[in-house]
Design a protein. Sequence first.
Length: 261
Amino acid sequence: MLKLSKLATIALFSTLAINQVYAQEKPAAVVNGVVIPQARVSMHVKAAASQGKMDTPELRLAIKDELINREIMAQEAIKQGFDKQPETISQFELAKQTVLVNAFLQDYLKNHPISEDAIKQEYENIKQTTGSKEYNSRHILVKDEAEAKSIAAQLKKGGKFEDLAKKHSLDQGSRDKGGSLGWALPGNFTPTFAEALVNLKKGGVSAPVKSDAGWHLIKQEDVRDFKFPVYREVKANIMQRLQQQAIQKAIVDMRAKAKIE
């Protein structure tokens, strides 16, 4: 009896083990013999969760149904020969490349983490170069210096800056607002524009200033103190910026080693 009990116990545990493995490997669905793994459902659930959705049985069922529908349509597309069409093959290659690129980027960032010290140092650098003032300004953008000087002469004769901006400025974003650029830090502008702006007095108008966009007449409306955000408010953005810089450097290094014809 004792031997039989041991054998029964062994058989029972063996059955449980087999059932556990089966439960772990049981697919989400099988469509015409094609397996849809649970991992694929979990991947979509994770993506949905990253967008604020709750992981619920209803969500998983909806995702499972969608994956089944997609598999049915994909199988039908293959029956109709779409997978052999040149355009589809090109899209396959592009999708494969996108997946590989994303995998490379995730692995690179995982193995090249941005340190807390690097983020803090970048924070201090940005804080130092940003300055402590922001300016409310207007501008008139024209294509050449002669036109800028002509408008400057009109301003000296009493012409209203806002009216002349509406009439002459090439900047579509600010022209209808009388050239208003609102409140902004000098660093948001090109160096020549920023230098002219910060050297103006309140209400003052610059001489014609050249930039890549053309020629500007700049009016300083007002200036106020700028309170730079505290570290915790911008840490994530700074880390993302440093990650992008690191990735760009890696790309440059790889291009230097690649044979490009």
